[in-house]
Design a binder for this molecule. Sequence first.
Ligand code: CA
Ligand code: CA
Ligand code: CA
Ligand code: CA
Length: 133
Amino acid sequence: MSAKQIFEKFDKNKNKNGKLSLDEFREAVLAFSLNISEKEVTQMFKEIDVDGDGELSSDEFASSVDKMLKEAFALCDADGDGKITSSEFHAAMIGLGKECTEEKCAEMVKTVDADGDGYLSFEEFMVMIIGEF
Ligand SMILES: [Ca+2]
Ligand SMILES: [Ca+2]
Ligand SMILES: [Ca+2]
Ligand SMILES: [Ca+2]
């Protein structure tokens, strides 16, 4: 699933007009199950709304999703070698306060490890995160 498909999924509850309003955006953020306050959502919305028209275009949304994924990947990739091992993934989950046993994390990595090299590339990582939608 691409950022554009996510966008289309959330551009629906107020009006399907090809833009995300603040309400629609809030729902999208909460679907990521981020622990985030109302104030932070508004702040984020303003940052993503580059042209300041009060709504998010699919381009604005896609580039912010891309940026978030890159940041999340960098956060997990503790040694910065461009791939995530199951122990790096486990450590990141613990760091986020998520309950995930070492076995469970290894299992999750294995499930999305499309090329079977035992690591998560950025593309594989993206599938795991976005695949939750
Ligand atoms: Ca809309
Ligand atoms: Ca905008
Ligand atoms: Ca690494
Ligand atoms: Ca892999």
